[in-house]
Design a protein around this ligand. Structure first.
Ligand code: TMP
Length: 212
């Protein structure tokens, strides 16, 4: 595949949006306009599924249904957007990808190996060239979200209890350890500038490897 695929992961409040803007800037500074997308979402169908997934009124959603809807949204994004864009040689920056399902559904919901199996159909062999995991204790993330200016009411996942968020966090750490060649663990309990420097170092190496 010709393009470059980058994903960012982390618990809610870990500073993903800020660093996504920095990753975008990194490429723009090199004269490349990256394609921005997010999960769940990024296509018309996947955005509809996002509404279902995050709707606070859907409290009765079963963990398996939830996992499969995330995987469906992903399958559509991969087929309609990610694969064609990578084949054209584009740079794609994705806010969350399959590692979110491993962390939230396999570990958070306790669904285990089934999640990876189902998602192997959804991703169709496409994994990011690099994934940045913004490593922040979820209690600090929650605190940041609640004190954020103009904070919106928590969505269905954000509403979960702290022990769920710690299971997700431990899931991320396990996935990062098992995929250390792809996932860069970034200490997110530092200044925005320090985190950005770390990310830029990794991106420079990736660009060298890719010859751009
Ligand atoms: P966002 O708020 O970062 O856009 O993500 C939406 C929420 O969905 C967030 O709480 C993480 C959760 N999520 C999963 O549980 N599984 C997944 O596969 C993805 C992509 C997100």
């Amino acid at each position: 595949m010709k393009g470059i695929f980058i994903s960012l992961e982390g618990s809610d409040g870990a500073g993903k949006s800020t660093q996504i803007a920095n990753v975008r800037q990194f490429f723009e500074d090199r004269g490349i306009t990256p394609l921005m997308t997010r999960e769940p979402g990024g296509t018309a169908i996947s955005e509809k599924l996002r509404e279902i997934l995050l709707d606070k009124n859907n409290s009765e959603m079963s963990p398996i249904a939830e996992m499969m809807i995330y995987a469906s949204a992903r399958a559509q994004l991969v087929a309609e957007f990610i694969r064609p864009a990578l084949e054209r040689g584009e740079v794609i920056i994705c806010d969350r990808y399959v590692d979110s399902s491993i962390a939230y559904q396999a570990y958070g919901r306790g669904l285990g190996d089934m999640v990876e199996k189902v998602n192997s159909y959804a991703i169709d062999g496409i994994l990011p060239d690099i994934t940045f995991f913004l490593d922040l204790d979820p209690a600090i993330g929650r605190e940041r979200i609640s004190t954020r200016a103009g904070a919106s009411t928590p969505d269905r996942l954000e509403q979960e209890k702290m022990d769920f968020h710690y299971r997700v966090y431990n899931g991320y750490k396990a996935v990062a350890e098992a995929n250390s060649e792809r996932i860069a663990v970034i200490d997110a309990n530092r200044s925005i500038e320090e985190i950005k420097e770390d990310i830029y170092d990794r991106l420079k190496r990736l660009c060298e490897e890719k010859g751009i």
